[in-house]
Design a protein around this ligand. Structure first.
Ligand code: AMP
Length: 385
């Protein structure tokens, strides 16, 4: 049984103060910690041993004799043998005992089993706990279903390999690195079969995963990840904010596109199939006349999420979008939590967030600001689940 929201509401009504902002130590934890530090909230990063140095050493808060922050933004690091251990009974008690409000990122929803998050993790999550599962493409109630109900354009689904009549992208997990992608493209059933065989032979994908793969139209156009924020603390008409836009750098895909065509063709066959391993992010803005449509999509997403997953989206979310040849946005993925590219506006903010807040506003800072406002007004239960 999923944990009832009323239980989390009861929990936060007697929560210890001051509240501590928590994040799992990967993905966007620096942005979350930096935002908390800027808003004057204490923070803790939940790290896996062996992956803790970024937080425990390089971004660790150092204070002067007067207690003022001299350097860094990560106040505390709690180490676990494995990330999943943070959901153990004793760990949950420690988190509650310190008043930790956990900001869910992809590291949290990837490394802690979703069923544990939904049914056992009795720690307030700043956002929409029940929406984390929609990111799993193999679920029936996934983000495609939500986008469709919202009337948001998505890439056309292709029913099977034999129906491939245009350039498609085949979406399935990587065979070995289960949290990464084993995506490939194909423009015909023959190309699908040839690449399938090559990728299975080199251990990139498995035929089991392929049986559940999503095949969809490949949108030829640039990728824009729209980092939104929705606040339930203000009137609905003021709730949606666009904070920033990022794009990804994907390992050898980005290497490939930086080569002239002749050199690409001279590569060994195995190197010509790109990997979609995200290794970094860049920042973008979007042509101003397109913004209106982006806001419309964001509003529709908020409304549909409130209907399908009450109370709906709370706080940060990201619509991952390709702009097609006409400049029309087509949403190919959704993060119902802070997106993976928000470190681009860490510290400095982003043109859009800054324009709204008249000063540096990152996603991490906006989340901390929301927590601070909710605490000040006694409305914490409205932003957690
Ligand atoms: P995802 O795992 O859905 O976030 O996708 C990873 C990457 O695959 C994206 O950053 C895009 O570069 C690419 N991609 C995914 N879906 C599509 C699509 N339908 N058309 C074009 N590119 C796509």
């Amino acid at each position: 049984m999923p944990i009832a929201r009323a239980e989390i509401e009861r929990l936060v009504s007697s929560y210890p103060t001051p509240a501590v902002v928590g994040a799992v130590g990967s993905h966007s934890a620096i942005d979350i910690a930096d935002g908390a530090a800027t808003e004057g909230l204490a923070n803790v990063v939940l790290a896996q041993r062996g992956r803790e140095a970024t937080y425990a050493r390089y971004f660790r808060t150092l204070r002067g004799p007067d207690g003022a922050r001299r350097r860094g933004c990560v106040d505390e690091v709690w180490e676990y043998a494995k990330f999943a251990d943070l959901a153990d009974g004793a760990s949950q008690e420690r988190l509650r005992g310190r008043g930790v409000l956990l900001v869910p990122n992809r590291a949290f929803s990837s490394y802690v089993p979703l069923v544990t998050v939904e049914e056992e993790f009795r720690v307030p999550v700043v956002g929409s706990r029940s929406m984390l599962r929609i990111e799993e493409r193999t679920e029936r109630d996934n983000y495609y279903a939500l986008l469709e109900s919202a009337g948001i354009p998505t890439p056309r689904a292709i029913p099977g390999p034999d129906a491939i009549d245009r350039l498609v992208i085949v979406k399935l997990p990587h065979a070995a690195r289960r949290l990464e992608r084993g995506f490939f493209t194909a423009a015909s059933p023959e190309e699908f079969r040839a690449k399938r065989d090559a990728l299975i032979a080199r251990g990139t994908i498995t035929s089991d995963d392929l049986a559940h793969a999503r095949i969809e139209e490949y949108v030829l156009g640039p990728v824009f990840n729209f980092n939104f924020f929705f606040s339930p603390l203000v009137p609905r008409a003021e709730g949606l904010e666009l904070l920033g836009v990022d794009e990804r750098r994907e390992s050898n895909l980005d290497g490939l596109v930086r080569l002239p065509a002749e050199q690409q063709l001279a590569l060994p066959t195995a190197d010509r199939i790109p990997d979609y391993l995200v290794v970094g992010h860049g920042t973008l803005t979007v042509r101003e006349s397109i913004l209106e449509e982006i806001f419309r999509l964001g509003e529709r997403f908020v409304d549909a999420s409130r209907t399908r997953y009450p109370p709906g989206i709370l706080g940060a979310f990201c619509l991952q979008t390709c702009l097609d040849r006409n400049g029309s946005p087509i949403v190919f993925d959704v993060a119902a939590r802070i997106g993976g590219g928000t470190n681009i506006h860490l510290g400095l903010g982003h043109p859009y967030g800054n324009a709204l807040y008249r000063g540096p506003m990152s996603s991490g800072r906006r989340i901390a600001l929301e927590i601070r406002r909710a605490l000040a007004d006694g409305r914490l239960k409205e932003i957690v689940s």
